[in-house]
Design a protein around this ligand. Structure first.
Ligand code: UDP
Length: 475
């Protein structure tokens, strides 16, 4: 419940444990500046079984962070995309957010209201209460630049990006981006989520400020473009952008599963920086034929590997699966005899690895990643060189940041349909594990990341600038 501070910062994450954890990490940063925070949680959609235990743990460790549950709201049942359902559910919560903000305002001053991009529907009620609204943007600055430009790009065409094969989009702070590689909810005008994203991106410039989980040295080009107002419809009225990252979720110790323990003790037995780690986020999944090519490549590379395999998709392409927990038979999806032949030098995990711990383990020397933003930041902070294999969402944009802006990754060559051959996997794994240059670049970037959040670092300064107007007496 709301714990009665006279002043508070209210945070409103989108539903889903990942969004909540990121917002809590932001609350912890704000806590360092001695502000109380109140985190609003929705109920009725993507509720996670471990959320209550998580909230109890955070509340006990950080007395200035409190959680407030919004009343239960029914999840949409229409046959629409997952993103569209999520956005529609959040909109249904808007009246309750308005009531809650009014209630809190009766006994405390809300110094700022920090929302996830997907929670844009809460901007209006906050603004009408004269509360300054900030976005917390959990992707990088390059994606933010793209999102600022989205309304303009939308106006330039009447087609869906998914159909604009061969067309490249030009966005300040970004490399030319294939239209077909736009983030998913923006690909198809027939998806209601497309129109929601357009509305969110149209509202972005109306915020008082935008907090970004990135740091200047990671995305120099995009950060500069944002600072120059190049991406804003009215540069003079551009909101301030605060790069306060990298913000990385603390490992969830309650989640120490047996296979997680097994994987860490296996790593303990491997030589220094000898293992390539392959993991494709919480939802990245491959067809059986793609899995077999990866297996072939790993086997031929001769390198040690730790590979997280999720339940395969049915078709030949690459997809995301939402149900990543259900059981499947690992041996039946991998080439016959693969597990026996690579025993000792390879470990395949079903579904999940404790990634932050794995990446910081001394035995890990490379990371094949789908370029999800959290994975990128976790790889960067661990100083591990990477192979970029983007699958969905905004990962093609992130890939460019890793390849071109910082050179901490090399590219996995994908066919038009995203498929990667076993030969390519073998070649890139060798290149990654045997290159001294990219390892040194990764270590340099790690030190820049640590410096950014250090005492005089760019992110520390940005955070101080962010909270500065929140101090002082309220009217
Ligand atoms: N993750 C993990 N183990 C796994 C897969 C994912 O710990 O086997 C964590 C990973 O450390 C990261 C998050 O889940 O913090 C995935 O976020 P990201 O933005 O990289 O990708 P997404 O899942 O959103 O596509």
């Amino acid at each position: 419940a709301w714990s009665g501070f006279r002043e508070t910062i209210v945070l409103y994450p989108a539903p889903g444990i990942g969004h909540i954890i990121s917002m809590v990490e932001l609350a912890k940063l704000i806590h360092k500046h001695h502000f109380s925070t109140t985190i609003l949680l929705t109920t009725g959609f993507r509720d996670h079984p471990s959320i209550d235990a998580y909230i109890r743990r955070i509340s006990a460790a950080y007395p200035t962070i409190s959680f407030l549950r919004l009343p239960h709201v029914a999840a949409p049942t229409a046959a629409i995309s997952g993103a569209a359902k999520c956005f529609s559910f959040i909109k249904r919560n808007a009246p309750n957010v308005a009531t809650t903000l009014t209630q809190i305002s009766e006994s405390a001053t809300i110094k700022a209201f920090v929302i996830d991009l997907f929670c844009t529907s809460a901007m209006e009620p906050a603004s009408s209460l004269q509360i300054p609204v900030y976005y917390f943007f959990t992707s990088g600055a390059a994606v933010l630049a793209l999102f600022f430009c989205f309304p303009r790009i939308h106006d330039d065409t009447s087609a869906s990006f998914k159909d604009m094969v061969g067309v490249e989009l030009r966005v300040p702070g970004n490399a030319p981006l294939k239209a077909v590689n736009m983030p998913e909810p923006m690909l198809d005008r027939n998806d209601p989520a497309y129109w929601d994203m357009l509305e969110f991106c149209t509202h972005l410039p109306k915020a008082r400020g935008i907090i970004v989980n990135s740091f200047t040295e990671l995305e120099p080009v995009a950060v500069k473009a944002l600072a120059e107002g190049a991406c804003f419809p009215h540069p003079t009225r551009a909101p301030s952008v605060y790069c306060i990252g990298p913000l990385i979720a603390e490992p969830q110790h309650s989640d120490v599963r047996t296979d997680s323990k097994q994987c860490l003790s296996w790593l303990d037995e491997q030589p220094h920086r000898s293992v390539v780690y392959l993991c494709f986020g919480s939802r990245g999944s491959f067809s059986v034929s793609q899995l077999r090519e990866i297996a072939k490549g790993l086997e031929k590379s001769g390198h040690r590997f730790l590979w997280v395999v999720k339940r395969p998709t049915q078709d030949s392409g690459t997809k995301q699966v939402h149900d990543t927990t259900s059981e499947f038979d690992l041996a039946s999806v991998l080439p016959s005899g693969f597990i026996e032949r690579t025993k000792g030098r390879g470990l395949v995990l079903r579904s999940w690895a404790p990634q932050v711990e794995v990446l910081s383990h001394d035995s890990v020397g490379g990371f094949v990643t789908h370029c999800g933003w959290n994975s990128v930041l976790e790889g960067v902070i661990a100083g591990v060189p990477m192979i970029a294999w983007p699958l969905y969402a905004e990962q093609h944009v992130n890939r460019h940041v890793m390849l071109e802006q910082t050179k901490v990754a090399i590219a996995m060559e994908q066919n038009e349909d995203g498929f990667v051959s076993g030969e390519e996997v073998e070649k890139r794994v060798r290149e990654l594990m045997e290159s001294q240059e990219i390892r040194e670049t990764s270590l340099k970037l790690k030190h820049l990341a640590l410096a950014a959040v250090g005492e005089f670092g760019s992110s520390t300064k940005a955070l101080a600038n962010l909270v500065q107007p929140w101090s002082g007496f309220s009217a």
